[in-house]
Design a protein around this ligand. Structure first.
Ligand code: GLN
Length: 240
């Protein structure tokens, strides 16, 4: 088996080390003898979106969001089709916001978005920063997902949340929701990076891609003692 991964704008949207999400997906596939092809999607290189089985996009500054959105908008239809075909996308923080309709920066300037989801984000001077723990809505075990958030944007939508905030701020610091799920699109404010700290989510994304491509319904278990202890050490620190 082989999975094609498009890693979007690693040179622009990696301000918080979200490249670690690619490392997690790639390694957890290789450990299972699933071949991987990774293509970077950048301003200068635009591989066909529909050739991908998984798309990963990281977070960045408002300026990066503006640059990327203005470049990526011409692929809006392909991205929307990709999502409707149940193919997994993980979009972190700034790129999560970017898939929405509006993003107003701290100076009330509207930064262009892809207008794929009915999401509104409004940035405020005081940033939402710190460790975060949510209880996930994907029936993943353990139920807690942990990470680190650093965003000025407050995000509002009516989609299913990725999880309910137990520690930290989440989408907007008000409704105790974090992230969003629509089909196999996952948006989240969790940096960390999220996938190395939450291997169950990494496997969830891999399995969704394999289900789509090969009608596979389960993954071989991996020896995750290191991942589990890393997850628990942060969780214990957050909940102490
Ligand atoms: N620039 C956006 C904000 O501050 C996203 C930041 C990020 O990707 N961590 O809300």
């Amino acid at each position: 088996m082989k999975l094609n991964i498009i890693n979007m704008y690693p040179d622009i949207l990696n301000l918080y080390g979200d490249i670690g999400n690619l490392v997690s997906i790639k390694q957890r596939c290789l450990w299972r003898n699933i071949n991987i092809k990774v293509e970077n999607f950048t301003i200068d290189n635009e591989p066909p979106i529909n050739d991908a089985d998984i798309i990963l996009v990281g977070g960045g500054s408002d300026r990066s969001h503006d640059i990327v959105s203005k470049h990526l908008i011409k692929h809006r239809t392909s991205l929307a089709e990709f999502i409707e075909e149940d193919k997994p996308i993980l979009a972190i923080c700034g790129s999560y916001q970017m898939f929405g309709e509006t993003y107003s920066d701290v100076n009330h300037n509207n930064i262009p978005c892809l207008e794929i989801f009915e999401i509104e984000s409004i940035s405020k001077e005081e940033r939402l920063i710190g460790n975060i723990m949510i209880e996930n809505n994907l029936n993943l075990s353990p139920k807690e997902l942990i990470g680190f958030e650093n965003h000025g944007g407050r995000t509002y939508h009516n989609y299913k949340a990725l999880g309910n905030v137990k520690v930290g701020f989440g989408n907007n610091g008000e409704d105790k929701k974090e992230g969003m799920i629509y089909k196999n699109f996952i948006g989240s404010y969790l940096h960390g990076p999220i996938l190395p700290k939450n291997s169950s989510l990494s496997d969830h994304i891999i399995l969704k891609a394999l289900k789509n491509k090969y009608d596979i319904n389960e993954l071989d278990k991996l020896e995750d003692s290191i991942e589990i202890s890393a997850h628990n050490s942060i969780k214990n620190k957050i909940t102490k």
